[in-house]
Design a protein around this ligand. Structure first.
Ligand code: FAD
Length: 406
């Protein structure tokens, strides 16, 4: 039977980082992924989304150019050209990733894998033995269970849409939901955000979120909080989204932005004695499975923080702990994050929930006309919150801002 020192399941940020690092230490390494490698972030997540966000940001700047004495005429956007531009960033990702794996001498196997024992995998009928595996299989859009759920589009699909829907209904109110709400509202779509909870962007600074929500409302976004989607019905030209409060929302496109549980389907983790839930593979602070120390998990498959730099960071921790046996622990105490709207909401901490941060050491300031001393008449608005709570064990510092330029 063929033996590998280390196998990465998944060719996104987490799996690529871990496999290349372990290979660089001279080990025999394979990366297994049944779909095109490169990862969600580069192919259908962060990067393509930012192409769309940048397009509407430029549209916004051109539209306000007149205020600065710049005559441009009416600004119009050719959305299909924006999607073409997005493809210029995404189309080469898989080829380049495959080349990178070849250059690194990582064996790439394009097939689904499943565990058959605590130290065995089966791929295409081939049995592979291993000393270590990283489960880095990412996440998948949440399965929705109401009638008509099959009519709802995923973020992959909306990133491909070449026409701008005149009415867009978005299920969910997290980062991805608000980012797409912002893009399409700026393009003139009538956007409805359908939120099961009472507030958007859980875990972020409440004051800034409420300002961002007001800003989105000023662009025409309608928020429905505390509602469930009961059904989506197709009519000849569009959809009707039936909500639990009796309201019916008409839409040309309905987007599933209701979160992304870990993608562990078909791996047969039970055979490897690995515990998991819909939140991801259970791991300790060293990203090792308590049930099977040969197995690690990182990135969205682990699910602690669904951010691409975190996936890469965790992949590196796994490589280190596999190679050196010494247990490096994950530290999420300073993870910057951003909501890519215009203006963006930036936060230098994520882990404890900004909502809890109040008290004498938490300061807020609202600054209009940012940098007015150095740049007279520049336009902008910033709202910044700083927290500096020195607790006995762990100092608690952070900053969140809603301002031009992040
Ligand atoms: C629309 C959108 C926008 C986003 N924007 C941002 C952003 O601005 N900033 C940010 O930090 N994060 C963002 N994210 C989140 C970010 O993309 C993810 O957190 C990150 O890419 C996860 O990396 P990963 O390596 O864990 O998984 P992935 O990159 O998803 O890689 C998992 C890989 O595993 C493969 N796979 C699946 N099943 C199997 C199997 N059974 N066996 C082997 N391989 C398998 C998949 O094909 C895939 O290639 C965004 C996500 C979305 C959806």
């Amino acid at each position: 039977m063929e033996h590998y020192d280390f196998i990465a399941l998944g060719g996104g940020n987490a799996g690529l980082t871990a496999s290349k690092r372990v290979k660089a230490a001279g080990k025999k390494v394979a990366l297994i992924d049944p779909t095109p490698v490169g990862g969600l972030c580069s192919l259908n997540g962060c990067n393509p989304k930012k192409v769309l966000v940048r397009a509407v940001e430029v549209l916004h700047l051109v539209r306000e150019a007149g205020e600065h004495g710049i005559r441009t005429g009416e600004a119009k956007i050719d959305w299909s050209a924006v999607i073409d531009r997005k493809h210029r960033f995404t189309d080469s990702v898989t080829d380049n990733t495959e080349k990178g794996l070849r250059a690194a001498k990582v064996d790439y196997i394009k097939a689904p894998a499943r565990f058959t024992a605590p130290d065995r995998l089966e791929v295409n009928g081939r049995a592979l033995a291993f000393d270590g595996v990283i489960v880095a299989t990412g996440s998948a859009p949440r399965c929705l269970s109401f009638p008509g759920a099959d009519l709802v589009a995923t973020s992959d699909q909306i990133l491909e849409a070449r026409t701008v829907p005149s009415r867009l209904a978005i299920i969910g109110a997290g980062a991805v939901a608000l980012e797409f709400a912002h893009v399409f509202a700026r393009l003139g779509s009538n956007v409805h955000v359908l939120n099961r909870g009472q507030e958007a962007l859980k875990g972020h600074d409440r004051e800034l979120v409420s300002r961002l929500v007001s800003h989105l409302q000023s662009l025409g976004v309608v928020f429905h909080n505390g509602v469930e989607v009961k059904a989506v019905e197709a009519n000849p030209t569009s959809y009707d989204v039936q909500l639990s409060d009796g309201v019916k929302v008409g839409a040309d496109l309905v987007l599933n932005a209701a979160g992304r549980p870990a993608n562990l389907e078909g791996l047969c983790l039970e055979k490897a004695q690995v515990q998991y839930s819909e939140h991801g593979v259970d791991v300790n602070e060293c990203l090792r499975s308590p049930g099977n120390p040969r197995i690690f998990a990182a990135g969205d498959a682990h699910g602690a923080r669904e951010l691409s730099p975190v996936a890469s960071y965790e992949g590196a921790i796994v490589a280190h702990n596999f190679l050196h046996g010494e247990e490096r622990r994950v530290d999420y105490s300073a993870i910057p994050s951003a909501i890519f709207t215009v203006p963006p909401l930036g936060c230098s901490r994520f882990d404890r929930g900004w909502g809890a941060q109040t008290g004498p050491r938490c300061r807020s300031c609202h600054a209009r006309h940012v940098g007015v001393d150095r740049f007279p008449h520049c336009r902008g608005e910033a709202f910044i919150r700083q927290s500096d709570q020195r607790k006995k064990q762990r100092p608690h510092r952070g900053r969140a801002s809603l301002r031009p330029g992040g």
